[in-house]
Design a protein around this ligand. Structure first.
Ligand code: CP
Ligand code: NVA
Length: 331
């Protein structure tokens, strides 16, 4: 079976640590030599597309970025048929989708066909696990460890980035407190999953007060108040979240060693002030750069840099009858 990466907890704590270690490998082997990686986007992207393309290139592969309108995911053909088709040409299928179920259906189709083509979530309505990899990598680089760190999420705690980060923190033994207005807190599912992953209720908590939430933390993390697909709610969200801006006043309530993360794009003056984004506490550019290193680590791991068996050739054989080519490559 292929190992897919639809959410951060598709990795065990040990596997997550391996991916972060592989992300630090600056001269990686060309594990994707001569192979394609499909990068499909239903929504806009600057960081994810560019960092993923470059990570594939650094592993010797060929990225093919696809706008969903070109292939008509779910309209021109089903996610299942599209996944089977892309698996004929690509070693990995990665996609940014509105509906997380499209990723689940693509992965299931790959499994049913017994192909070995990992499906990777490049952001869905539910999660953004590739962002979590980069965020954990950034925190590990800065502090030297992850276990025991304390993280405050400020803003929309019901969104995709917060969901994946909460699970990621639970996996590495970091504590997360989420400060959000009523109705925009952590979902019950996020809380119960985080508690189950960490084996401890203390790993995750909620607050309605940003000032209280940042007390004693090592990192403050935020994201846009209005995620892609929620644009019609933007005005109302600006009103609801107005007291949840990460500004200098709030950062000053945290310990002086606390750092600030934001997945970007940022709306300066909304969820974060320009002063904080540009301050010495802000690690956002290191975090953005780490999207590439984290993706390279993930791809390397999926290609067998971890402990599982890599059966990638099977997919090519199934689709293209390319025994000769594969024989040539393996010689
Ligand atoms: N952080 C992030 O995923 O950025 P993009 O939406 O630009 O890819
Ligand atoms: N929560 C944001 C993240 C963007 C990278 C969104 O989904 O639009």
């Amino acid at each position: 079976m292929s190992r897919h990466f639809l959410e951060i907890d598709d990795l065990s704590p040990a596997e997550l640590a391996s991916v972060l270690d592989l992300a630090e490998l600056r001269e990686p082997p060309a594990v994707l030599k001569g192979q394609g990686v499909a990068l499909m986007f239903e929504k806009p992207s600057a960081r994810t597309r560019n960092s993923s393309e470059m990570a594939v290139v650094q592993l010797g592969g060929h990225p093919v970025a696809i706008a969903s309108a070109e292939v008509g995911l779910g309209t021109r053909e089903t996610p299942e048929d599209l996944a089977r088709t892309l698996a004929c040409y690509h070693r990995v299928i990665a996609a940014r989708v509105y509906d997380h179920m499209a990723l689940v259906r693509m992965a299931a189709a790959i499994d049913r066909a017994q192909l070995f083509v990992p499906v990777v979530n490049l952001l869905s309505d539910i999660g953004h696990p590739c962002q979590t990899l980069a965020d954990l990598l950034t925190l590990r680089q800065h502090f030297g460890y992850l276990k025991g760190l304390s993280v405050a999420w400020i803003g929309d705690a019901a969104n995709n980035v917060c969901h994946s980060l909460a699970l990621g923190c639970a996996l590495v033994g970091a504590r997360l407190v989420a400060a959000a207005p009523p109705g925009f807190g952590l979902s019950a599912e996020t809380i119960s999953k985080a508690v189950a992953l960490a084996g401890s209720k203390g790993v995750i908590s909620e607050s309605c007060d940003p000032t209280e939430a940042v007390g004693g933390v090592d990192a403050i993390v935020t994201d846009v108040w209005t995620s892609m697909g929620q644009e019609s709610e933007a005005e109302e969200r600006r009103r609801v979240f107005s007291k949840f801006q990460v500004d200098e006043q709030l950062v000053n309530r945290a310990p002086s060693h606390a750092v600030v993360l934001h997945c970007l794009p940022a709306h300066r003056g909304e969820e974060i002030s320009g002063e904080v984004l540009d301050s010495s506490a802000s690690l956002v550019w290191q975090e953005a750069g780490n999207r590439m290193h984290a993706m390279r680590g993930l791809l390397l791991w999926l290609m067998g840099g971890g402990t599982h068996e890599d059966n990638g050739d099977a997919a090519l054989r199934e689709c293209s009858g390319a025994e000769d080519l594969l024989g040539e490559q393996s010689r």
